[in-house]
Design a protein around this ligand. Structure first.
Ligand SMILES: NC(=O)c1ccc[n+]([C@@H]2O[C@H](COP(=O)([O-])OP(=O)(O)OC[C@H]3O[C@@H](n4cnc5c(N)ncnc54)[C@H](OP(=O)(O)O)[C@@H]3O)[C@@H](O)[C@H]2O)c1
Length: 345
């Protein structure tokens, strides 16, 4: 059994990691940490897991974490992960980081969007954990920068079309909606029930930190500069993310070619489902799962494609994809621990 740990286990993505890893057939969850809840039984924080999870939160002692694990998930805020990853890697652990700290190859791009990077020497070692696109690199990786939830939902539909030269990466528009758990567990006015319930509004228009992350990866896939206009919205859902993406196409594109390209790219991908034309993806169909469902509409009049994707932000957008990456890094079946049948409601 692979020994795994979670640093920052009491947040929303940490909670999903505890749930997934506790039911995983090939791992033992040996240590979970929390600063605020050290010494507390995990089920006192999340009673839903009573009778199934028998773990007590430990202080963030990295020496102990390293001694008790082979692979560690960091479910921490950005800027914190970069200080934790180095000592764990040096002690021989593999690391899957859910924050933004290892998603950028270029430290300057990261620093422009976030803050100074304190471990830039690790960026070259990190592999971007968009599983279906970077699977070969993930297999050999010691350190994964797990993608953001918005980037996962936007890049999975675009990647094959950009790689095939069917979509122009220079003028993409992504209109995206996220459930409130995307903001994490810490309370704030913006995620107060009365501020969110029955509300629907954009935020951080073109200034969201996931914008440069998406442009950098699109450029990497295209082999040329990419430009993406990104407008995120908050919707009154606990979990779920929907992206509608508008992209201009090159002369060779057609409805048939787009469908064939998406189908071929993901025919062996167990968690990406390509919908038939006219079959609109719904967040309800991926809730609580690691799936990304992708639909498309060919706009012949404007030679453009409208892509529609849905994910669960906490699973394919975070903890589920992190476990999928661990499976690949460890030589397990990609679906181990993630193969449950979705609930229809
Ligand atoms: N929520 C999503 O949908 C989503 C999707 C993709 C990626 N992510 C990324 O995943 C990471 C975790 O997100 P989340 O939503 O789970 O956040 P969260 O609910 O706010 O949880 C953060 C966790 O980190 C710990 N923590 C906070 N500050 C810390 C510090 N200074 N030092 C050590 N531990 C600290 C907290 O526990 P203690 O305070 O008890 O230590 C808590 O367990 C973030 O980087 C986020 O951007 C989130």
């Amino acid at each position: 059994m692979l020994r795994v740990g979670i640093v920052g286990a009491t947040g929303y993505t940490g909670c999903e990691l505890v749930r997934l890893l506790s039911g995983h057939p090939k791992v033992t969850l040996t240590v979970i940490t929390s600063r605020q809840h050290a010494g507390t039984a995990y089920t006192d924080i999340y009673p839903a897991m009573s009778g199934r999870v028998d773990l007590v939160c430990q202080p963030q002692d990295l020496g102990r974490v390293a001694a008790e694990t082979d692979l560690v998930f960091l479910a921490l805020p950005h800027e914190v992960s970069m200080t934790v990853a180095g000592p764990l890697l040096a002690a021989g652990c593999k690391v899957v980081d859910l924050s933004a700290d290892f998603r950028f190859r270029d430290a300057a791009l990261y620093e422009d969007a976030y803050q100074p990077h304190h471990a830039p020497e690790l960026l070259d070692r990190a592999v971007y954990g968009l599983t279906e696109v970077y699977r070969d690199g993930i297999r050999e990786a010691q350190l994964i920068g797990n993608p953001g939830c918005y980037p996962t939902s936007v890049l999975l539909p675009l990647a094959p079309l950009v790689a095939a030269g069917l979509v122009d990466p220079a003028g993409v528009i992504a209109d995206c909606k996220s459930g409130v758990s995307g903001a994490g567990r810490s309370p704030s006015l913006a995620v107060h029930y009365c501020e969110v319930n029955e509300s629907f509004k954009p935020y951080k228009v073109t200034t969201h930190r996931h914008n440069p992350e998406m442009e950098a990866i699109l450029a990497d896939i295209a082999g040329k500069p990419a430009s993406l206009t990104f407008v995120p919205h908050l919707v009154p859902l606990t979990r779920g993310m929907q992206s509608t993406i508008y992209a201009g196409c090159t002369g060779d594109a057609s409805a048939d070619r787009i469908r064939a390209c998406l189908r071929e790219a993901y025919q062996a991908a167990p968690f990406v489902r390509i919908r038939d034309p006219g079959d609109i993806p719904d967040v309800l169909h991926v809730r609580g799962t690691n799936f990304c469902d992708i639909g498309f509409h060919w706009d012949a009049k404007r030679s453009g494609v409208i892509l529609m994707s849905v994910i669960d932000n906490l699973l394919k957008g975070a903890a589920g994809q992190a476990v999928q990456n661990m499976n690949i890094m460890s030589g397990f079946d990609e679906t181990d621990g993630l193969g449950f049948i979705p609930s229809a409601l």
